[in-house]
Design a protein around this ligand. Structure first.
Ligand code: LMR
Length: 333
C-alpha cells in the first residue's frame, strides 16, 4: 500500500512537471496586416505548431510592424530578439544575400506555375542554403503575388511613370526597374508607405493588391493599373542557433507545421489578392485599369534592360538558370 502511494505520488509529480513546463516561445514578427496571405499563413503555422508539438511550442505572431520595421526585424533575428520572420525576397540585400533580388527582375515569371519551378525546386533550395553563413536557416518560400503600379494620375504607358517618386522595397533591382521608366525610386519601410502616399512624400508605389488594400493605400491612390510586372513573395527564416538548439523531435514537428503552412500560404495567396481587388473596386476610391496586351508589352520592353544591367548583382549564372526553367528571354523583346 505504502509502495502504491509512493508510486502514485511520483506519477502525479512527473505529470505536473510536464504540464507546467514552460513552452518554447517563437516570436514571429512581420510587417503586413494579419488579414494578408503572409499574416494568415503565420497564424496557421502558429496553430499547427501548437497542435503538432502538443503545446510544447507557442508561436507568438506580431503583425503590422508591431515589434520591428523591415530593417530592424532582420537585425533582431540575428541578435535572437525574435526567432522567426518572413521578409519579402526584396529585403535580403542588406543581409548581404543579393541573389534573392533575382525575384525582383521585371516580368521574369509569367505566372505562379513558372515561379514555383524556382521556389519549390532545387534553385530555391540552394538560395535558402545561402542564408546559413549569416546565422539564419531558410525554411520555406511563401507566396504573395504579382505587383501592380498605383499613383494619383493614370498609368497606361511607361512614360506615365516618368518623373514620379515611387516607393520601393530595399532592392537595387527594383531601383533599376523604376529608373528604367524614368521614375525616381525611394526606398521606404512598409509601415511608412501609407503616410508617405497620403502626404505626397511619394507619388506612387507598387504592390500586390492584398498589401495595397489592407494598408488602405487605395484610399490615397486614385489610379491602379494591373501590370503584374513583378513578383513579391517571402522566405520564412529562423535564427540558426535557436533552431539547431531545439530538441530534434520538436524541430521535426515544426518542420511538418512549416510544410503544411507553405501549402496553405500558396493556396490562399491568389484568393486573398482576388478578394482584395474586389474590395478595392467596390470602394470606388481607385480607378482600376487593366492594360491591354500591347500596353503591358510596352512596360515589358521598357524594363527589359534591367535584366542585363543587374545580371551581375544576382549572378549571371543564377539568372540564366532561371530563364532556362521559365523560358523567359529578355533579348527577344
Ligand atoms: C513591402 O515592403 O512592400 C512588402 O515587402 C511588405 C510585405 O512584407 O509584403
Amino acid at each position: 500500500m505504502k509502495r502504491f502511494f509512493a508510486l502514485s505520488c511520483l506519477l502525479l509529480f512527473s505529470l505536473s512537471v510536464t504540464a507546467s513546463a514552460d513552452p518554447i516561445i517563437i516570436k514571429f514578427s512581420h510587417v503586413v496586416a494579419a488579414a494578408t496571405p503572409k499574416g494568415k499563413a503565420a497564424e496557421f503555422f502558429a496553430k499547427r505548431a501548437a497542435e503538432l508539438t502538443k503545446n510544447k511550442v507557442k508561436v507568438e505572431v506580431y503583425p503590422n510592424s508591431a515589434l520591428y520595421k523591415d530593417k530592424e526585424e532582420l537585425e533582431a533575428l540575428q541578435l535572437g530578439s525574435v526567432q522567426m520572420l518572413a521578409p519579402s525576397l526584396a529585403k535580403f540585400g542588406p543581409l548581404g544575400v543579393k541573389e534573392f533580388e533575382v525575384f525582383d527582375f521585371p516580368f521574369i515569371f509569367d505566372d505562379a506555375t513558372d515561379l514555383h519551378k524556382i521556389t519549390q525546386g532545387p534553385i530555391g533550395a540552394s538560395l535558402l542554403a545561402k542564408l546559413d553563413a549569416k546565422g539564419i536557416v531558410g525554411l520555406s518560400f511563401w507566396d504573395n503575388g504579382f505587383k501592380s503600379f498605383s499613383a494619383n494620375t493614370p498609368i497606361k504607358t511607361p512614360a506615365d511613370l516618368k518623373g514620379k517618386k515611387m516607393r520601393i522595397q530595399s532592392s537595387k533591382v527594383l531601383e533599376e526597374e523604376m529608373r528604367s521608366v524614368g521614375a525616381m525610386p525611394q526606398v521606404m519601410a512598409f509601415s511608412e508607405v501609407y503616410q508617405a502616399l497620403s502626404t505626397g512624400v511619394v507619388d506612387g508605389t507598387e504592390n500586390p493588391i492584398s498589401n495595397l488594400y489592407t494598408q488602405k493605400m487605395h484610399e490615397v491612390q486614385k489610379y491602379l493599373t494591373l501590370t503584374n510586372h513583378g513578383y513579391l513573395g517571402y522566405a520564412v527564416i529562423v535564427n540558426k542557433k535557436f533552431w539547431e538548439g531545439l530538441p530534434a523531435d520538436v524541430r521535426g514537428q515544426l518542420e511538418q507545421a512549416m510544410k503544411e503552412s507553405t501549402v496553405y500560404a500558396n493556396k490562399i495567396a491568389q484568393e486573398e489578392n482576388d478578394t482584395s481587388l474586389e474590395e478595392v473596386k467596390k470602394s470606388g476610391k481607385t480607378v482600376v485599369y487593366v492594360p491591354t496586351k500591347e500596353e503591358r508589352m510596352a512596360f515589358k520592353k521598357a524594363m527589359a534592360p534591367v535584366h542585363t544591367k543587374m545580371a551581375d548583382r544576382v549572378g549571371a549564372d543564377l539568372l540564366k538558370s532561371i530563364y532556362k526553367e521559365t523560358g523567359f528571354d529578355p533579348s527577344k523583346l
